[in-house]
Design a protein around this ligand. Structure first.
Ligand SMILES: [Fe+2]
Length: 201
């Protein structure tokens, strides 16, 4: 009699990430070693099929929504998902920002996305941070992008529909994150994405 295999790609991702975090305590090493584990999840056909059923994320009160698929009880990392399509206006949500103290590993499942990076220029004040664009790249399916704490960036959906899996070092939404205006140098803070619990499969 053969055993029934019930472990999903998400289960494998979680157990491999937990094993990595158990043997590696340095955050920078943890988050740079996570790439191949997330790429394996992105490459799984059942994951790609599941993402077709995820609805587009909404923007309410200028806050973007993230699907909350998993939160680790010991290490605190979360598995988020997001879907952007052309029927929604994400202009506000995709403005230039940072993710506060979080590490974020962004993995694109479907579509194409532009990712822009910025650096701070000169002296900053609590309400003024001058920034300058450093890179402007295109992310294709299967690619991952690491955003370290307080790194300034923006993302835009270059295709019709974008689906992504986003791994964060902790759950976003309950603390303030930086927002930036490249033209005026204005800086302010806002809460990160709302967390909406939805099934992965
Ligand atoms: Fe971001």
């Amino acid at each position: 009699m053969s055993a029934v295999i019930t472990e999903t790609a998400l289960d494998r991702f979680v157990s491999k990430t937990r094993a990595l975090f158990a043997r590696e305590s340095d955050p920078e090493k943890r988050w740079t070693l996570l790439d191949p584990i997330l790429i394996e999840l992105l490459d799984d056909p059942a994951v790609q099929a599941a993402s077709k059923k995820w609805p587009p994320c909404e923007v309410r009160d200028k806050r973007f929504e993230n699907f909350l698929f998993y939160e680790d009880p010991d290490y605190g990392f979360v598995v988020n998902g997001l879907v952007m399509d052309k029927t929604h206006d994400y202009g506000v949500a995709s403005r230039i920002h940072d993710h506060g103290h979080l590490y974020t590993l962004y993995g694109l499942l479907v579509g194409r996305q532009g990712i822009q990076r910025y650096e701070r220029v000169g002296e900053a004040t609590p309400e003024h941070v001058q920034i300058r664009k450093t890179t402007d790249s295109v992310c294709n399916p299967g690619m991952v992008d690491l955003v370290r704490p307080f790194e300034i960036h923006s993302e835009d959906a270059a295709g019709d529909r974008v689906a992504a899996i986003v791994i964060r070092s902790a759950k976003a939404g309950s603390f303030l994150q930086g927002r930036y205006n490249e033209e005026t140098g204005a800086y302010w803070q806002g809460y990160g994405p709302r967390q909406l619990s939805v099934p992965f499969y």
